[in-house]
Design a binder for this molecule. Structure first.
Ligand code: AMP
Length: 115
């Protein structure tokens, strides 16, 4: 990493330093179960590549503007694969917006339980 930002728990998950219950993975995106689920299905999607690292939607630049789209595309693909037909997608932005981990992540929450 560049060293500009403190390492977060999600950096450690990407690096394999701490475990996560992974449910989706491509070259660019990782999806894993939220450790404190707020819905029967609650998945977090994060970008894996260093150049795609951004702490929050509030920090997006021209270089990283495509990252949220990659996360949304991953969530869409995951939901289709799992037959989840209705879900909420959320980015919490900043401490005032409920963001606790400053490594951009997309929440997918659904009342449909994973089979
Ligand atoms: P946010 O509040 O948007 O920053 O969301 C952070 C989410 O990360 C919360 O819903 C936490 O429950 C979740 N979380 C924190 N640590 C872990 C972990 N080690 N594995 C999975 N989810 C985590």
């Amino acid at each position: 990493m560049s060293g500009t930002f403190e390492q977060t728990i999600f950096h450690k998950i990407v690096a394999g330093e701490i475990p996560a219950d992974k449910v989706y993975e491509t070259d660019e995106v990782l999806g894993f179960k939220d450790i404190h689920p707020k819905a029967p299905t609650h998945i977090l999607f994060i970008a894996k590549k260093e150049e795609d690292f951004v702490p929050s939607i509030a920090d997006l630049t021209e270089q990283t503007v495509q990252v949220p789209g990659k996360l949304i595309r991953a969530a869409q693909e995951f939901a289709a694969q799992k037959g989840i037909d209705g879900y909420k997608l959320t980015f919490n932005v900043g401490a005032g917006g409920g963001q606790e981990v400053f490594y951009l992540h997309l929440h997918l929450m659904s009342q449909t339980e994973l089979s």
